[in-house]
Design a protein. Structure first.
Lengths: 383, 106
């Protein structure tokens, strides 16, 4: 068997793997990316396409601000002809209890201190601005008008295509079977088709699959899968309905640029293992009942399709971006349901760390050792 | 209304004759028969105008699959008129584009 060599190997063709491949290739490095199926086939392509600056921790806000700096011109920068559908119709977090509203107010105060134009709205202000919403029982909401939508599939594929244009080798339908290590250092990967690739630096960005992959070289990454369902409606004329996230039962809805609506909702009974890609009828009944009472104008609108995707969850709902104890092996995973929008900043910091530069934000909070040290870092704004 | 009255094999029994409106104009049809059938019998062939190319669309698959006959019925857009039974007083409208959902009503 011939062994191929490269400078950097990335496992996972989601938004983080593709964005990192793009940043590396653009800077002139030799990089090979492996993806089991097609680019965006994991969590990235199945997400609700939402982007926001509503977080309650500084590091997430720094990165969220960076993402929003990149998105407006990213389509032009990647130059693939793909429409990234970037829109800023806003994102609203709706509180039904005092403790919830207090947390939103804290988050907004932090956001304002970082020049993010978030506001707290009263129920009357919401009614005035969006008369079609029927948010009975709410006591207030946090809203940021700069937040919005980006097409998750074209975003991921465009990063991958642009990376390839800069010389990255992007190998789709090529699952990595295991990692190779030697003398305490990473050596490379072996694919299921039997190819062996060597590189001194390997990045795992395989979502919830990061854990079993890292385990092949004895490294434990505490990230676990959690299935989340989502549906899409037929299109209706666009009325710029923002993302509305209801913090009583976790239901959310938003209009997409083509007029369709996405609905999602939490369900604690969903499977928490890999390889469970189906979806549930219970979700369909629950989410439509919950969302339609809040936006009755959609009552006659038909559902076209529903699907599910895996969240890669960590104990404190924050990502892990760090080197592992095995020299040369790095991970970027654990985004716990908010990782699509972090493609631009995730790609940038991973490239910086992989080539030995200083990351543009302090990533101490995302370090792997926090779990073993019991120094967890909770993100209050997660869905 | 132009409908087949006699057929060599099938026997027709229409429901009650009712009045409905198309873009505000009163028309007659039989209750319980598809809206599209009533429109066809009244010589109406354009049901909607497509969102992007602005092309006219009308009766096509007649079994609720093809999206050609979408109209706004009682304020709800994208109603498949070929499989939706006509009722007295229905407000049927030609659909322009994707159809507006009723944002002010309720
Ligand atoms: C229903 C739902 C809604 C969501 N909504 C949002 C939202 O509105 N906004 C937001 O920012 N985020 C959202 N997310 C979260 C977001 O999708 C993820 O955080 C993000 O996509 C993670 O990207 P990633 O690149 O890390 O992982 P993924 O996109 O999961 O990519 C990992 C890739 O690795 C591949 N892979 C796995 N094993 C192997 C192997 N052995 N060899 C090769 N390749 C392998 C997989 O096929 C996959 O393509 C949502 C997620 C879901 C499920």
């Amino acid at each position: 068997m011939t062994v191929k060599t490269t400078d950097f190997i990335i496992v996972g063709g989601g938004v983080h793997g593709c964005a990192t491949a793009y940043e590396l290739a653009k800077a002139g490095y030799k990089v090979t990316l492996f993806e089991s199926r097609y680019l965006s086939s994991g969590g990235s392509g199945r997400s609700a396409a939402g982007l926001r600056q509503h977080f309650g921790t500084e590091v997430n806000l720094h990165m969220a601000k960076y993402n929003l700096k990149v998105f407006p011109t990213l389509e032009e920068e990647l130059d693939t002809g793909m429409d990234l559908e970037f829109r800023q119709w806003g994102y609203m977090w709706v509180a039904y209890t005092d403790s919830c509203l207090d947390q939103l107010k804290k988050n907004v105060a932090l956001q304002k201190s970082m020049d993010i134009p978030s506001v707290i709205f009263t129920p009357d202000e919401i009614h005035e601005r969006w008369p079609y919403l029927r948010l009975d029982g709410i006591i207030g909401a946090a809203f940021c008008g700069e937040d919005g939508h980006i097409n998750p599939q074209t975003l991921t594929m465009a990063y991958g295509e642009a990376a390839a244009r800069y010389g990255a080798v992007v190998k789709t339908y090529t699952p990595v079977q295991k990692l190779l290590a030697e003398n305490g250092k990473i050596k490379g990967v072996v694919t299921e088709s039997g190819e062996e690739w060597h590189a001194p630096r390997v990045l795992l960005a395989a979502g919830p699959h990061t854990r079993p992959l890292a385990a092949t070289v004895g490294v434990d990454i505490p990230v676990y899968p959690e299935r989340h369902n989502i549906l899409i409606s037929e299109p209706v004329e666009v009325f710029n309905c923002p993302m509305v996230l209801c913090l009583d039962d976790g239901a959310y809805f938003k209009q997409c640029p083509n007029g369709t609506f996405m609905f999602g909702r939490d369900d604690q009974d969903e499977p928490r293992d890999l390889g469970n890609e189906g979806n549930s009828v219970k979700f369909l009944a629950g989410v439509t009942a919950s969302v339609l009472k809040r936006i009755p104008a959609l009552s006659g609108v038909r559902v076209v399709r529903q699907w599910s995707g895996p969240y890669d969850v960590t104990e404190d709902h924050n990502a892990i971006i760090d080197w592992t104890p095995l020299e040369g092996l790095m991970v970027n995973c654990g985004w716990s349901g908010h990782g699509l929008q972090f493609g631009p900043s995730g790609g940038r910091v991973c490239k910086e760390m992989l080539v030995g530069e200083q990351a543009f934000v302090d990533l101490h909070r995302f370090r792997l050792a926090r779990f073993a040290e019991g120094d967890l870092f909770f993100e209050p704004a997660f869905i | 209304m132009e409908l087949i009255k006699e057929h060599p094999i099938l026997e027709y029994k229409h429901g009650k004759e009712v009045v409905f409106t198309l873009d505000g104009k009163e028309l007659k049809g039989y209750a319980g028969e598809p809206i599209a059938m009533a429109l066809h019998a009244n010589g109406v062939h354009i049901y909607r105008i497509t969102p992007e190319m602005k092309r006219p669309r009308g009766f096509f698959c007649a079994i609720g699959k093809c999206s050609s006959c979408f109209m706004v019925v009682d304020g709800v857009p994208n109603v498949r008129t070929c499989v939706t039974p006509l009722e007295a007083g229905m407000k049927v409208e030609t659909q322009h584009g994707k159809g507006l959902v009723p944002l002010e009503a309720q």
